[in-house]
Design a protein around this ligand. Structure first.
Ligand code: SAM
Length: 276
């Protein structure tokens, strides 16, 4: 698909009138998602607008842990189609700026915001997470869900963009504490991630290993979602896809249970006051 094709496709979107905003957006976007125009991994297709384990519940939990409210300008790093960003605007009254290097996703996110009538509180830009084109201290909250690259340059960029007194809100993959670092697993452990954030002078407000939650609210929920919407997946993607998606999610549960990898969550405060 070329840029123009995606542009045309997205221009045809029409927001349904009935139901809660996020649900209406999901319904509008679903056919293009299922056609693989915004990525084709089973996790991506079943997750929908919120491309991380835990969906809108994960977004709500992180928002509440970070104490988000109407005075916050949030930078959503790696925002994808903007499902979490819309939720932060809609449920918490925040202003959100999203960046992602996936240009088609940014195009779609902008269209969603315009159709939802919330473009005044949402702005999206194509950018790489290690070089985000905003001034130092421009944001009250740096939000990064399901995308941390385990590269210290990412945290340095987050720190540059966050104002003193602002919060870092992260959900990210971790390797188990007991695992020896290996060349093919560059993920940090939860403790290593905490150590990096402490080294930047932050106060940790919340830190949590999400393994059990990710199994129940993540993978098991995705399996339930396939089951509930089996007819749609069967007719659009076929039986082989349904079987392999189920098998993939079941394998991830096994992998998490044997401690191969997991997710962690962290909220940290950048010391200092807004005026400093
Ligand atoms: C797993 S998705 C998470 C999307 C979103 N945060 C959510 O939770 O729904 C990862 C996203 O990170 C983006 N991404 C990965 N590396 C990036 C980078 N270096 N700079 C900007 N975006 C990046 C991808 O394009 C993709 O949209």
């Amino acid at each position: 698909m070329t840029h123009n094709d995606i542009h045309d496709l997205v221009a045809q979107w029409r927001l349904p009138n009935d139901g809660p905003l996020l649900e209406r957006i999901e319904r509008m976007v679903e056919p293009t998602l299922l056609a693989g125009h915004f990525g084709s991994s089973p996790t991506q297709l079943v997750s929908g607008l919120q491309y991380h384990l835990g969906g809108s519940v994960d977004t709500r939990q992180l928002a509440e842990l970070a104490g988000l409210g109407p005075s916050d300008h949030v930078l959503d790093v790696c925002c994808y189609l903007g499902g979490p960003a819309v939720q932060l605007v809609d449920s918490y009254g925040c202003r959100v700026t999203g960046i992602d290097r996936f240009e088609a996703a940014i195009l779609a996110a902008r269209r969603i915001a315009a159709l939802a009538g919330i473009s005044d509180r949402l702005a999206y830009f194509v950018a790489d997470a290690i070089d985000i084109p905003f001034p130092n201290g421009a944001f009250d909250v740096i939000w990064n869900q399901g995308s941390l690259a385990h590269d210290p340059a990412w945290l340095r960029e987050f720190d540059r963009l966050l104002r003193p007194g602002g919060r870092l809100a992260l959900v990210f993959e971790i390797r188990p504490d007991s695992a020896l670092p290996s060349p093919d697993d560059r993920r940090w452990t939860l403790q290593e991630t905490v150590a990096q954030v402490l080294a930047m002078g932050y106060r940790i407000e919340h830190v949590e290993d999400l393994t059990e939650r990710e199994i129940a609210l993540g993978w098991e929920e995705l399996i339930r979602r396939i089951d509930e919407r089996r007819d749609i997946y069967l007719s659009v993607l076929g039986e082989t896809w349904v079987e392999s998606a189920n098998a993939e999610f079941a394998e991830e549960i096994v992998a998490m249970r044997r401690g191969a990898w997991s997710n962690g969550r962290l909220v940290a405060l950048k010391e200092g006051s807004k005026e400093s």
